[in-house]
Design a protein around this ligand. Structure first.
Ligand SMILES: [Zn+2]
Length: 319
C-alpha cells in the first residue's frame, strides 16, 4: 500500500479520530441556515442576517480572523442564533452526523457551558442536552465524549462551576476540561485550584497553548505547563526551551493546519506549519479541525493536506 497517493477518497475512508473540535464552531453553515429558517418560520423577531450571507468564506478568511473580531462571531452571532435548547439539540445532532459522515470513529467534542435567561436554560441543562444527543446518536456508531471548556475570561468561581459540572457528568461521558477563549484576554494564573480540582477528580486536562504572541509569554506558558496538561492545542508561538520541555514530557498535541493557516496564526502557509517541526519529536500528534463550520476543512481534508505538504503516502497515514 505504500507510495500510493493519499487522496481525498482515501483520507475520507480512513477511520479517524478528532480530539479538538469546538461544538459551536463545528456547526456547518447549512445547519445554521436551517436553524435561522426555522426561527423565521416560527415568527421569531430575528435581527440576525441569514448565516449563508453572514458567513461567506471570503469574509471568514480575510476579515473575521483577527483575535479582536473572531470571538464575537461565537459569543455574538452563533450563540444568539442557537439560543434555545431545541436549536442546541438540532445543532449537536447535525455536528455528530457530519463527523460520522467524514469517517470519524472517535470524537471528543468540546464546549463552554452556557446559559440563557430570556429563553431560559441553565449551564447544566446545556451540558445535559449535549450528552443526551451523544447517547441517542449511539457510541457504537461513533465513540463520542465531551470536554467542558473554561473560558480565559472566566472568574475562578465560574471556572470551578464548569469543573463541578464535568465531575458530575463524568459517568455520562465528560472526559476532561479545556482552557480556551480569546487568547488576548484573561490571566491564566488564577486557574491553578481549578485544574488541581479537575485532575484530582480524574478528569484529563487540555489547554489552548501559545495561539498568538500575546498568549505566549514564558510566564504564561510555564504556568500552563505547571497545570500538568495531558494535551495541548495549537502550540504555535513556543520558545525553544519550552518546546524541549513539551517533547521531554511527551505531551499530546492537537494540531490544526487549516485553522492556523486561514486565520494567519502561523506564517509560511501549509508547508511552513509547525506540524513539520513536531512530526518527529516523539509527541503523539492528532490532526484536528478546531472549527470545521468556520474553516470548512473536514478531518479527512486535514489528513489530505498533511499528506500533500509533508509527503505522507497511504501507508504512512494508515499506521
Ligand atoms: Zn480550539
Amino acid at each position: 500500500m505504500s507510495h500510493l497517493v493519499a487522496d481525498a477518497a482515501f483520507t475520507k475512508l480512513l477511520p479517524k479520530i478528532e480530539l479538538h473540535a469546538h461544538l459551536t464552531g463545528s456547526i456547518s453553515v447549512s445547519t445554521l441556515h436551517d436553524i435561522w429558517q426555522e426561527r423565521k418560520k416560527k415568527g421569531d423577531d430575528l435581527s440576525l442576517e441569514d448565516p449563508v450571507l453572514a458567513l461567506p468564506p471570503e469574509k471568514v478568511y480575510y476579515n473575521v480572523f483577527t483575535s479582536a473580531n473572531f470571538f464575537p462571531l461565537f459569543d455574538g452571532y452563533i450563540y444568539e442564533l442557537c439560543s434555545s435548547i431545541d436549536a442546541i439539540r438540532f445543532a449537536t445532532q447535525q455536528v455528530l452526523r457530519d463527523f460520522e459522515q467524514d469517517g470519524v470513529r472517535y470524537l471528543e467534542l468540546r464546549t463552554t457551558p452556557r446559559e440563557n435567561v430570556t429563553n431560559p436554560f441553565s449551564k447544566e441543562d446545556y451540558v445535559s442536552t449535549i450528552l443526551d444527543c451523544i447517547r441517542e446518536f449511539g457510541r457504537e456508531r461513533m465513540s463520542t465524549y465531551l470536554i467542558l471548556s473554561i473560558d480565559r475570561r472566566n472568574s475562578v468561581a465560574q471556572a470551578m462551576e464548569t469543573v463541578e459540572l464535568a465531575i458530575k457528568y463524568k459517568d455520562r461521558g465528560v472526559v476532561g476540561v479545556d482552557l480556551c477563549g480569546n487568547p488576548t484576554k484573561g490571566n491564566v494564573g488564577i486557574f491553578r485550584p481549578v485544574f488541581e480540582k479537575a485532575q484530582s477528580s480524574g478528569l484529563k486536562i487540555t489547554l489552548h497553548f501559545a495561539e498568538v504572541p500575546e498568549s505566549s509569554t514564558t510566564q504564561e506558558l510555564q504556568t500552563l505547563l505547571s497545570y500538568q496538561p495531558d494535551r495541548l492545542g495549537h502550540v504555535i508561538n513556543v520558545p525553544d526551551d519550552i518546546k524541549e520541555d513539551i517533547a521531554r514530557r511527551g505531551i499530546g498535541l492537537e494540531l490544526c493546519l487549516s485553522c492556523n493557516v486561514h486565520a494567519k496564526l502561523t506564517p509560511g502557509g501549509f508547508a511552513g506549519h509547525h506540524f513539520g517541526y513536531w512530526k518527529d519529536k516523539g509527541c503523539p500528534i492528532s490532526l484536528c479541525t478546531d472549527d470545521v463550520g468556520i474553516f470548512r476543512s473536514s478531518v479527512s481534508n486535514e489528513y489530505r493536506l498533511a499528506a500533500e505538504h509533508f509527503n505522507f503516502d497511504r501507508g504512512d497515514l494508515a499506521v
